[in-house]
Ligand binder design. Structure first.
Ligand code: DX5
Length: 229
């Protein structure tokens, strides 16, 4: 990967024990995550229901890591309001969920939170282009959103390269995240295509040694921060 960019790994607690979220957070921290990612789903935009604002607030209180919220909800503008002040540093919402994405970006920004846009696998990358000057991050889903443990869709690599090209041509500072299906056997290609941040969930909780799992990804990608397992 180009030396000007360094890989960050975001540990998503979605595949952790829903009845023991404190431990799930600790596992993500101990594994060496750079970010804790909270997937908030509403049972409407995606079929699953995960966490609400209290889990976001408490997670931000107990972890020293930066917390990112990934809204997988309809009417994200309502969720931006209800999550105000929870302590997250970045909030992503799906472009497919809002007809006035720029207004939602501005509402997040007004709270002092970094705005990001997530794109479902079938949403053309060009849809986010008008927003690139205003967002901190664009997250390309590598799977259908809502469920951990799926296989990365093959065409994700081309989508990452497409987005990287648009971001670089526009001289935008937005980072690129890939979320879903990230494992040691595809991380390197994703970063070569232009990803800055990889979200990992079953690669942490489905692994006997979560720290070794994240270390392996860092080693393969060639990132500098190999942490002790
Ligand atoms: C799914 C979530 C992902 C998911 C990733 O919509 O956004 O963060 O938990 O899980 P894995 O890493 O198992 O694909």
């Amino acid at each position: 990967m180009p030396s000007s960019r360094s890989l960050q790994l975001a540990g998503s607690i979605l595949a952790g024990d829903a009845l023991n979220l404190s431990n799930a957070i600790k596992i993500a921290e101990d594994a060496g995550s750079d970010i804790v990612s909270l997937d908030v789903s509403d049972g409407h935009f995606v079929p699953t229901i995960s966490f609400g604002e209290e889990v976001v607030r408490r997670t931000c209180e107990v972890t020293k890591l930066p917390v990112e919220v990934h809204l997988m909800v309809s009417r994200p503008e309502d969720w931006v309001v209800r999550m105000e002040g929870c302590g997250h540093f970045r909030m992503l919402f799906h472009i497919e969920a809002s007809r006035r994405a720029m207004g939602v970006v501005q509402a997040i920004d007004r709270q002092g939170v970094k705005p990001g846009i997530a794109l479902n696998p079938e949403t053309p990358v060009i849809a986010v282009e008008p927003l690139l000057p205003y967002v901190d991050n664009v997250c390309l889903m590598g799977i259908a959103p809502g469920f951990s443990g799926q296989r990365l869709l093959d065409y994700t690599f081309n989508r990452v390269a497409d987005l990287r090209g648009r971001i670089d041509r526009m001289r935008s500072s937005a980072t690129i995240t890939v979320d879903g299906g990230v494992k040691a056997d595809n991380a390197s290609r994703l970063v070569e295509a232009g990803a800055d941040i990889l979200v990992v969930s079953s690669g942490i909780y489905g692994h006997a040694n979560p720290a070794e799992s994240l270390n392996e990804i860092r080693r393969i990608v060639g990132g500098e921060s190999n942490k002790e397992s």
